[in-house]
Design a protein around this ligand. Sequence first.
Ligand SMILES: [Zn+2]
Length: 408
Amino acid sequence: MLERDQAVGLRNGRGHRGDDLRRLNTAAVMKHVFHHPGTFRSEIAAQLGLSAASVTNITSVLINDNLLEALPSPVGGQGRPRVPLQVDHRSSAVLGIHLGPRTTGVVLMGLDGKERAAVLVPHAGMGPGESIDLVVAAAENLVDTYAGTCTILGTGIATGGIVDREAGIIVDNPSAGWQNVRVMDLLRGRLPSPVILDNNARAAAQSELLYGNGRRTDDFVLMVITADIGSVMVDSGRIRSGFSQTAGQIAHLRVSDEPRECPCGRTGCLAVMASDDAVTRTAIEHGLPARNIDEVLALASAGGAAAIEILEQRNRYVGRAASSLLDIHDPELLVVAGTPAETPAFFGSLIAEVGKYAHAGHGAAGRVVLSSDHVFSLSLFAGATLVDALLADPLGVLGFGEGEGSLS
Ligand SMILES: [Zn+2]
């Protein structure tokens, strides 16, 4: 399945070409088991076009390094028992960190995307250096507590705004007021490595790819509607970041003729009509006893008609923006993540608006779904970026790819 020429493009692939091929084949095996838990070595060999000996070698390494585990063989049958394999969710974990504007979430996540332990670090009013020191201390605590029970394979970090993933820099996170923060330099050697920095929306798309609707299709657009608003295009399983890492800025799509002013200087932008803060502000203007989005959601779930109408109207605004995305990108699915996913009862108003506004009409409306992640956890999404890196190059993440001949 893997051609030798593909090995040339492998990142950090400084070793012999044979080593590069081995890394690619190891990645293919790891990915296959991740997506087909309970599979057998013979199936892997047949699916990937590898020899039985290669698959045995690769799976032995992955089992030794706690990335895969062998399950008990089914009883009965003739000949040598076939051993089902799955990803080792107990022995391996990653750190996920959501660097928030006021509070940062640090989570220890299994490779199944589930939370093992978590801690919240408040840092309101502090600068980036001081905040990151507190986050590192909390992460070190978590690592010390759990290092004896599992291997921590690395750290995924996500934050809002514009992030240069390759350079490891927060270019502009407006809600935190952080500009040009060299996160990787501040963190070097202080967290389980490798460390990946990405933005919230791309991390959410990564999680959706690995654990959510990505199991149905690798061709979708994800909209994230929370305090922050963004979108991500996933094309053949690849997240498109854009030429200047800023793809998916939908916050200033005009969705209303209301004269509500946006910090960008215009009016009626999605950000000021449909973000969590916008919903809260509308609720307060209507005299509702709510100080934040959770309290608006609580009023709605208690049957409050005014709160319900405010959330339905928000979904209509999101539906108008979704229509534009569907018309521009024509994805197989448009996935809505964030607060609207917490109120599936009001999803109909979003769908109806798409039917009205999208040029593709009702056919497009049928392709709009809510995120399958019931818990919207930005720190788990951050962890998913590291799991993706692990599946792309398990030996690299394990540190085998760092020098000549290290895979021999
Ligand atoms: Zn605007």
